[in-house]
Design a protein. Structure first.
Length: 265
């Protein structure tokens, strides 16, 4: 198992160097992944492959989380950072996101994204090489649709042309029908993914708009991990849920300011 761990981490390091992440984020993920490898090497509780065997890998992460708190006296934010890095490692391996509960943090009210934060986030999206991830992130950012609405979209739910675009959702909080217009940034981000989807899965009968590498509907967990990684690259602590909340708040703030100016206030 030790040889497998070493080989996997070496491959992960090489892959991580090619990812469009901030240098600090890349170094943090690498450090956390190697600390986790050291833990697995020093605590061989089973003969299973703890990076690939279902259930065993999640049990190992939960044990590591428990180890971090009393033994290393890690704070909740540090524990969650370690878990995010391990999620990224499992993304590289090809696993689903491990179902390990995060540490509870003090509740904070969402704040509207400042213009420089929006710019940093969108630039991090631009550095993302995956067409699907770019399309998904642009859609979430500019429309403020919910995570569940995004991952359950079908091809028929999105209409895109050179000058117009529309997304239809059915699964909002009130389970109501909604139409959201797409701006030029979203439309331009959707075209490369539509071409890649058609080329990569020409025979599929699955109507899902977003696919994983296996041609299956993209999961909410995987989408959330993508948002977290891009947010980290922009030095922002975001999840798909918090992105929706802060973008909705930002849009409300902009509309309110525009209304005040129109009234001369």
């Amino acid at each position: 198992m030790r040889e497998t761990l070493v080989q996997t981490l070496a491959a992960y390091d090489a892959w991580l160097d090619r990812q469009p992440l901030a240098i600090k984020t890349r170094m943090t993920y690498q450090l956390q992944a190697h600390q986790y490898r050291t833990y697995l090497t020093q605590h061989p509780l089973t003969e299973d492959d703890l990076l690939r065997t279902p259930f065993a890998c999640e049990y190992a992460i939960r044990d590591y989380k428990t180890y971090l708190k009393p033994k290393c006296q890690a704070k909740p934010t540090s524990v969650n950072l370690a878990l995010a890095a391990i999620d990224h490692l499992h993304l590289f391996i090809g696993n689903d996101r491990p179902q390990v509960q995060r540490e509870s943090l003090p509740t904070q009210a969402p704040h509207a994204l400042k213009s420089d934060e929006q710019k940093a986030f969108l630039r991090a999206v631009e550095r993302t090489l995956n067409a699907r991830d770019q399309a998904m992130t642009h859609l979430l950012f500019y429309t403020a649709i919910h995570l569940g609405e995004c991952t359950t979209l079908n091809l028929d739910d999105i209409c895109v042309s050179a000058r117009k675009g529309l997304v239809i959702t059915y699964s909002g909080k009130r389970d109501t029908y909604r139409e959201v217009l797409l701006n030029v940034e979203v439309r331009e981000a959707l075209w490369p993914w539509l071409k890649e989807r058609a080329k990569g899965f020409p025979q599929t009968s699955d109507p899902a708009f977003f696919f994983n590498l296996k041609g299956k509907q993209f999961s909410a967990r995987a989408t959330d991990l993508i948002i977290r990684c891009i947010g980290a690259a922009a030095h922002l602590e975001l999840s798909a849920h918090t992105l929706h909340r802060v973008i909705a708040l930002t849009n409300w703030f902009v509309r309110a300011m525009t209304r005040c100016r129109s009234l001369g206030l």
